[in-house]
Design a protein around this ligand. Sequence first.
Ligand code: TXA
Ligand code: MG
Length: 323
Amino acid sequence: MPFTSTTDPSVAARALAGGHLAVLPTETVYGLGALASSPPAVARVFATKGRPADHPLIAHVLDAAAAEAWAQDVSDYTRALMEEFWPGPLTLVFQRSTRAADYITGGQNSVAVRVPGSPVTRAVLRELSSLLGDRATAIAAPSANRFGRVSPTTAQHAIEELGDALTDEDVVLDAGPCSVGLESTIVDCTGDLPRILRPGKVTGEDIERVTGMRLGGTSTVRAPGTLDAHYSPHALVTIVDEVVLSSASPDPATGVIAMSGSPTPPGVVRLCAPTSVEEYAACLYRALREADSLQLTKVLAVAPDGEGLATAIRDRLQRAAAG
Ligand code: TXA
Ligand code: MG
């Protein structure tokens, strides 16, 4: 194996402290982490993913106090969000402090920060902070997939994406499948009102409830990677309704993603049949990957109805379909 595979957070923390990369389990998706204060380590993240240099990275930190070291002019509504949803699947975009160098922010004056909820990744952050004697230490980590492809929700999926580009000093930290399965909600907190840049498990309703504010309209902050064709498998994804699904022609190269209440038409491959939107989010990326590993050419997906997490699932399906 060209990399070190482990379930021990200390092994990942030591690799990161030494300037190596670590594939890390978060509650959303697996990330490809580097010590944020190391320009060469962060440069390897971009090279490994094939990601353009102007696409900024999320700084993952231990807690809200650490996040504030990366930010300036943090507003009251932002603090309310930090308090309510951290640790958890929410990324906040702040005005950056001097810690957030151009090689993290892609030259933008803002920085995206998140306190992950996964206990294993929190253990890595705790140990890394103590190794470096800096409580505001950050791990810069995008999702551990090649640029534009589906985010990994298991360590094995991350290895399939990036394993070839890792060295024996890099680490893959395995903590089983991600519980959420979709990337964090990103909220731009640089303006008078919060604005959602990427929908996720923390919903617009949640944000309005906690801040007591209405969401702002279109953000002027650039969030590259939230553009159209992203999260794409090789198979052609089409979003269909129940009627179209039920009349699909038998074809062993067609896959179906739909809630368990939607019957599978004869002669096609059922990729997942979640019984709730939470389960839908958690199985979507695995199902898209399975379509590719089964060499299916088409995927028919019935999107879930409703607000909240269903909005995030529809967003990812639309991007997968645009790819
Ligand atoms: O759940 C997640 O957020 C996962 C896990 C690993 O934490 N990470 C993730 O990272 O999805 P990534 O790099 O694949 O997506 C981060 C998104 C990108 O679309 C990027 O453009 C946006 O965050 N972003 C990062 N910094 C930003 C900034 N300063 N302003 C606006 N958008 C930013
Ligand atoms: Mg990504």
